[in-house]
Design a protein around this ligand. Sequence first.
Ligand code: GLN
Length: 294
Amino acid sequence: MTVREALSLGSSQFPQTPEDNPRLEAGVLLAFCLGLSREKLLACPGRELSPGEERAYRALAARRARGVPSAYLTGRREFYGREFYVDPRVLIPRPDTETLVEAALEIINRPGGRGAETSVVDICTGSGCIPLTLAWEVPGLKSAAADISPAAACVFALNRRLLRRPETAFYLSDLLNGVPGRWDLITANPPYLSPAEIEEKRRREGGPWGSAAAADWEEPELALNGGEGGLKILRRVIAQSPARLNPGGWLVMEGAPGQMNFLRKAMAEEGFLGVECVPDLAGRERVIRGYYGK
Ligand code: GLN
């Protein structure tokens, strides 16, 4: 089997959804099995796979075809140009969340802003892709992370080491309850799907085996389930934040586009100022932000 044949095998078997690009994923899995970069791989379409490589690739491809996300198969996902470790203990970082990172960086780096002196805490951090990215983008930044899940805390700790950002503190905490002090910036990508949307996601991703067999590789429900309308946790974050922000401090949060009107209103009612949605590259409103006091 050649590289070219392996890639088309993957493309024909993998799920084709708006989020999944079978050809790209086949390249990711094959590059992983061969220990090559994707660029190197694409440069040698005629290369023959050794029997061991072919076995490894076929095994991964079969699991991908049954719905296991490729990030969980390789244990890796790129976010904002850096590689993070992921496994089913945490949500897989999405490109959408890079919009949140940009919205936070824009606040940190504003003229007259506090730059690296900005104190930032990311709640519901999961893999830690948000605070660790911010800590890389703004050298010396006072960043911290929090998550309610001890399992996610392990993954966060691995990424903190992999990305060499030991200064990023971690709190095992239900939202801000266990996080001490006040902050200049609170970021959050909390669970915001409704139970019906989670069911729909399961059906979409469950592959021919359906949701029962998917239980060992599904993304954690804790990271997705936002209760009725997906708004329960977002609401709690909005209610908790004012008391935990320094004067003029910002809350930056991800949500679904359909939740933005509600969130705009809820933040304004809570006393946030300058409330605005930040669109992603496709123009969808995925992030909301506002500041409190001053
Ligand atoms: N963006 C994720 C999805 O649609 C949900 C992430 C979240 O709930 N924070 O699958």
